[in-house]
Design a protein. Structure first.
Length: 133
């Protein structure tokens, strides 16, 4: 934003439609600051927004082991210790068990649910059917 700004003047703002920091026309001001602007590129009118700050990426959807250490699924699976158990739908598992699936390969059980378990394989986390109750 530059020094003297008035209604009808130009200001750079983040356009919510274009998703870019572009030139806008000031439509309304409050206490000497722009509050509504109109994009010169797409014509949309919206609240004045400075360029959004970089947001840290959330760890949403990742397993607890990956959230804490920011590890890749492959490194978590490779670091898993314990006896390797062949996967079977008729078997029960506990978190931390290392299983070997015929299609997905080696994986680590992350959590158990009713008749299911979440298993972290080298490529991603998958939900498998089990006998857990």
């Amino acid at each position: 934003m530059t020094g003297n700004i008035s209604t009808g003047g130009d200001v750079d703002s983040f356009c919510t439609r274009c998703r870019l920091n572009l030139a806008h026309i000031v439509v309304a001001m409050v206490a000497g600051a722009p509050v509504r602007v109109k994009c010169k590129t797409c014509g949309s009118t919206h609240r004045f927004r400075d360029m959004p700050a970089e947001r840290p990426r959330s760890a949403k959807g990742r397993s607890p082991a990956m959230r804490s250490a920011r590890q890749t699924p492959a490194s978590v699976v490779d670091a898993a210790e314990g006896p390797e158990i062949s996967y079977s739908m008729e078997r029960s598992y506990r978190p931390g068990d290392v299983i070997v699936h015929s299609v997905f390969g080696k994986g680590v059980v992350q959590k158990t649910l009713f008749r299911k378990c979440s298993v972290l394989f080298r490529d991603r986390e998958r939900v498998l059917v089990t006998a857990n109750t």
